[in-house]
Design a protein around this ligand. Structure first.
Ligand SMILES: C[S@@+](CC[C@H](N)C(=O)[O-])C[C@H]1O[C@@H](n2cnc3c(N)ncnc32)[C@H](O)[C@@H]1O
Ligand SMILES: [Zn+2]
Ligand SMILES: [Zn+2]
Ligand SMILES: [Zn+2]
Length: 734
């Protein structure tokens, strides 16, 4: 069982590495973007420590077959737990309210003829090159090659000055590239727009072209932009003017002829041919009638309101003419294909490609690449945007891809994902060296014929709300899930961005009939849809109850959770208590990338708590503490285990680990006097009071800080704690 066999340092070490580059560990995620994907290695570790036969560290790298078991996930999202269970031969039941999640997991699990897919993708690429190739070519400044490939077009927003009516380029700053990936800084001249390569951003000197002083700071900041022509301070955004306008400010390109002799990247100011090409694409787009580019209105929403504030009213407004043209032509080609999984795959690719082919993408001046629209969980509108080459570029020498965000990148990613389904692997690290171990005998899918034997796996995927889920009683061997974290991510609002396109390509799909993926039953707090904490609490309780009833007695109900606010954990405790579940362990595991862009600098934690719960079972007496000092010791032990995996933890992590224990213990101490019929508010209050009895976070923190600041003075961790899950005398039944 997990409580005994789970190996925190081993799995935490793998999960941390996985989160740094998730694609290396689990290429299957390349099927399509989903938000907040948890590490696959964590779920593999959990399943094997519950059901596997042998020490986790060994069986993790062997083929395992858990046939006959059924595992469910009521919030499957991108499908991580479902895929891990399916790979281990378990039958799976996966549910999500969002049609996009349902579609994506279907594609992950579907059998795809990779060769047939590759053929079709190559034909599509050839066609796109013929139709659109010239729009992504530019002239190399070094050798005059007119067939150099554009990697990225960088655009700046413009407004008309309210006073002098002249156009203003709303640069927030003029640094196009820093010297981290390129030998020098690249600055755009504020006067003539020419690009200058300079040693320092502190004293950049004068423009080599027009001799004006080079600047790093631009005229636009904090919703105000100074007109360089008349000095008027203009406010922005100006939604009444319609969607923002853009001017092409720079190009990063790739010249195979010069690559060998050229240091760093290739940048240029757009020349008249570049501008003319864009103009041609605009004209061509103007002559077509949109059949796939979505003219649908963007509905109001917690996240989408920002788009309205910027004057974007239709989804189509988020794409420039060249992007609309390229995407429309791609859709038309896919639409002509006869049905089947290859067509489904290419439609999914189109949807994933949208992330990079829109005018909300930004150019990262130090990494020198495009940041896709979902690099944060919202729709932030920048002042400078990045348009990626739609086709993708190949480095002829190395046979690798150059740049990101084109069809080629998406296709390669998909091929890798589906190859992983046939031949999954694990990565092992020895003294910092990586070894890929193929796990022969495991596979992901519904059916496979191998050496003339056909085997099938049970896969039951549903697109519905898990609050209304009815499963047969006592049929599940485990529930493995990752519930929404109250209001962290607005899944539906964000995914609609892809959905409005995809549903035109797969119009027969029953779950794709609604015009939006928004659903009143989605378990996220949302002001626009008037969903508060009560909605979350009641819904979560309903789902937990449904799952607890469907579980065989004593089988585990496991979920990960992570929040920086203790209040967001209270509904977890009430839902567990309502469902009659007891938490027999809370385990720490890294689940976010340390430098992840959306949490970077916010002091938030990267460690999730994995709650292991059961309706009946045993719990270790030693973990049933009830004072801040004792809880602090448990936190310290968890931190030590993470340290053993070389994980540096922050105060935020400590706090999340402590929250996990507080919730686990509150459930334990409240379980016998819990009244399911109480009002939701009363329930929350009861948990809150219990937490205060146990000693809240500030009391625990005090002990932790003492120990961290003067470790030598503290005879703190009595040896007995290191024994872990103890012998018979340590067990208490519930
Ligand atoms: C944190 S995500 C799961 C992520 C997933 N574990 C992964 O690794 O990709 C939570 C999911 O719950 C789904 N969800 C929210 N409310 C739901 C409901 N009432 N019924 C079913 N699914 C729901 C969301 O659409 C979202 O996909
Ligand atoms: Zn060249
Ligand atoms: Zn200049
Ligand atoms: Zn002016």
């Amino acid at each position: 069982m997990i409580e005994k066999n789970f190996d925190i340092p081993f799995i935490a070490g793998l999960a941390l590495r996985e989160k740094q580059i998730q694609q290396n560990f689990r290429p299957i995620i390349g099927v399509h973007k989903w938000f907040a994907r948890r590490p696959g290695t964590l779920f593999r570790g959990l399943l094997l420590s519950e059901f596997g036969n042998g020490p986790l560290k060994e069986i993790f790298y062997q083929a395992n077959r858990l046939s006959g078991l059924t595992v469910a996930d009521p919030f499957m999202g991108g499908g991580t737990p479902i895929i891990e269970a399916n790979r281990l031969d378990c039958g799976v039941v996966g549910v999500d309210i969002n049609p996009m999640a349902y579609w994506i997991v279907q594609r992950e699990i579907a059998n795809l003829d990779v060769e047939e897919y590759r053929d079709a993708a190559t034909r599509l690429l050839d066609y796109l090159h013929e139709q659109l190739g010239p729009y992504y070519r530019t002239t190399c400044l070094s050798c005059g090659n007119i067939h150099a490939s554009v990697k990225y077009f960088i655009w700046v927003k413009t407004i008309k000055c309210q006073e002098c009516r002249q156009e203003i380029n709303m640069f927030p700053g003029y640094i196009l590239a820093t010297n981290s990936r390129h030998p020098k800084y690249v600055l755009i001249c504020s006067d003539c727009g020419e690009l200058n390569e300079v040693e320092s951003d502190k004293a950049p000197g004068e423009c080599s072209h027009c001799h004006s002083q080079l600047k790093t700071r631009g005229p636009a900041r904090s919703n105000r932009c100074l007109c360089p022509h008349c000095g008027t301070l203009n406010k922005y955004p100006q939604p009444q003017q319609g969607p923002p306008k853009h001017k092409m400010a720079a190009i990063e390109y790739y010249c195979p002829q010069c690559k060998q002799s050229h240091k760093g990247r290739f940048f240029k100011k757009p020349d008249h041919v570049d501008l003319e090409k864009y103009h041609q694409s605009e004209e061509r787009w103007g002559s077509l009638e949109a059949r796939f580019v979505p003219g649908e209105k963007i509905p109001a929403g917690d996240e989408t309101d920002r788009l309205h504030r910027w004057g974007y009213s239709k989804y189509a407004d988020l794409f420039n003419a060249r992007q609309q043209l390229g995407l429309e032509i791609s859709c038309r080609w896919i639409d002509k294909m006869t049905g089947g999984e290859t067509r489904n795959a290419l439609a999914t690719n189109l949807s994933d490609l949208l992330r990079y082919q829109n005018m909300l993408c930004r150019y990262d001046a130090s990494a020198l690449k495009s940041l896709d629209i979902f690099s944060v969980h919202g729709f932030p509108v920048g002042l400078m945007q990045c348009e990626s080459n739609l086709l993708g570029i190949v480095d002829e020498f190395k046979r690798t891809q150059v740049g990101s965000g084109g069809w080629l990148n998406i296709i390669e990613k998909y091929v890798k994902a589906k190859q992983f389904c046939q031949l999954p692997f694990e990565l092992q690290y020895h003294n910092g060296r990586k070894k890929q171990i193929t796990i022969e005998g495991e596979w992901i899918g519904t059916e496979r014929t191998f050496k003339e034997v056909t085997r099938q796996k049970i896969v039951d995927l549903r697109c519905s709300s898990s609050t209304a889920l009815t499963l047969e009683k006592e049929t599940l061997d485990a529930v493995l899930t990752d519930p929404p974290y109250y209001a962290n991510v607005q899944y539906a609002e964000l995914m609609d961005f892809c959905y409005v396109w995809l549903r035109k390509l797969v119009s027969n799909e029953p779950s794709f009939q609604p015009i939006s993926t928004r659903n009143q039953n989605e378990l996220t707090g949302n002001n626009t849809m008037s969903r508060g904490l009560m909605h979350f609490q009641n819904g979560l309780a309903k789902v937990f109850q449904n799952m607890a009833e469907a579980l065989k007695p004593g089988s585990p109900f496991i979920f990960t959770y992570h929040h920086n606010d203790l209040n967001a954990y209270l509904p977890i405790a009430t839902a567990l208590l309502d469902a009659g579940l007891v938490c027999s362990a809370s385990l720490p595991c890294p689940a976010e990338m340390g430098a992840s862009i959306h949490i970077n600098g916010t002091g938030s934690s990267i460690v999730d708590t994995v709650f292991v719960c059961r309706t009946t079972g045993v719990v270790s007496r030693k973990t049933l503490t009830s004072s801040p000092e004792e809880i602090a010791k448990l936190v310290m032990m968890d931190l030590d285990k993470l340290k053993a995996a070389n994980i540096r933890t922050s105060q935020g992590d400590m706090r999340c680990i402590a929250f996990g224990h507080l919730i686990r213990l509150s459930v334990w101490f409240l379980r016998e006097r819990w009244n399911v019929d109480n009002e939701p508010q009363t329930k929350l209050k009861t948990v809150e009071e219990q937490i205060n009895v146990l000693g809240n976070w500030s009391a625990i923190k005090e002990y932790l800080l003492q120990r961290i600041e003067a470790p030598e003075k503290q005879q703190w961790l009595a040896l007995e704690y290191h024994e872990g899950y103890g012998g018979e005398s340590d067990k208490i039944s519930f």
